[in-house]
Design a protein around this ligand. Structure first.
Ligand SMILES: NC(=O)CC[C@H](N)C(=O)O
Length: 240
């Protein structure tokens, strides 16, 4: 996807949606970054006017249904978030619940009965909520990721009631930044759900990027390591 370069101000305001979930951690991690030529100001977002001040947005982990419901009860906020998520000029990163919201569609209750429309920030991605299991099946995986700084040092990926990619559409232009090894893949979702046939090749894709949009099914803001935040700011927010 070709993105037109836009002039960014010296101080970049990054909003972190602060309706529910792990938002404060993202604010702390973003405030630690010192990208060349810019200063980052990370602010919590609870209203449409706060969102309108931002050049970029993080949608944190938590409960996607709760985040959506609170946003829908705040005047103009849900519509503003959907527009922001779909605008190719705006950098947006969804972690875990945020990844579910960035999808085209997700399955409530695992998608067996009904599917729920997402905000469609990453076009062509369907996700399956909680495919990695419930709270007790939370796990960590240490992976070497070639795209981040200091790439020989493994990154600890933390999964908490994590969604999995159900399927990516053809010609989706999504870049895969990290993928789980075979032994950590979730069980395949059923093929007779409203989401349609899953693509088993996509289930282990846990970090994806498309233009200025990024999703991670894990929680980098709990890892004690700022390299995923640094990657997003450099590649998606600053586009360099
Ligand atoms: N850690 C998380 O963000 C969990 C996401 C949660 N399972 C949801 O459905 O929204």
């Amino acid at each position: 996807m070709t993105i037109q370069p836009i002039e960014l101000p010296e101080i970049i305001i990054i909003g972190v949606l602060a309706l529910q979930g792990a938002f404060i951690e993202h604010i702390h991690y973003l405030q630690k970054l010192r990208p060349h030529g810019h200063t980052i100001k990370a602010i919590p977002i609870r209203t449409l006017s706060e969102l309108q001040q931002c050049q970029a947005l993080v949608i944190p982990g938590g409960e996607s249904t709760v985040i959506s419901s609170i946003a829908s009860h705040t005047p103009g906020l849900l519509e503003g978030l959907i527009d922001f998520a779909r605008d190719p000029a705006k950098a947006v990163w969804g972690t875990c619940a945020g990844m579910i919201l960035m999808a085209d569609i997700d399955g409530v209750g695992g998608g067996r009965k009904k599917a729920v429309k997402g905000w469609q920030g990453i076009g062509g991605m369907k996700v399956w909520r909680n495919l990695f299991g419930g709270q007790l099946e939370s796990f960590e995986a240490s992976l070497t990721i070639p795209y981040i700084s200091n790439p020989t040092k493994p990154f600890n990926l933390i999964f908490i009631r994590a969604p999995a990619v159900h399927s990516l559409s053809q010609n989706n232009q999504v870049e895969i930044i990290a993928q789980l090894p075979e032994n950590l893949l979730p069980p395949p979702p059923p093929s007779d759900s409203p989401l349609g046939e899953p693509n088993l090749q996509d289930l282990g894709k846990v970090w994806l990027k498309k233009g200025k949009k990024m999703v991670t099914s894990f929680h980098p803001e709990l890892s004690g390591d700022v390299r995923v935040h640094e990657f997003w700011v450099e590649k998606c927010v600053l586009g360099r």
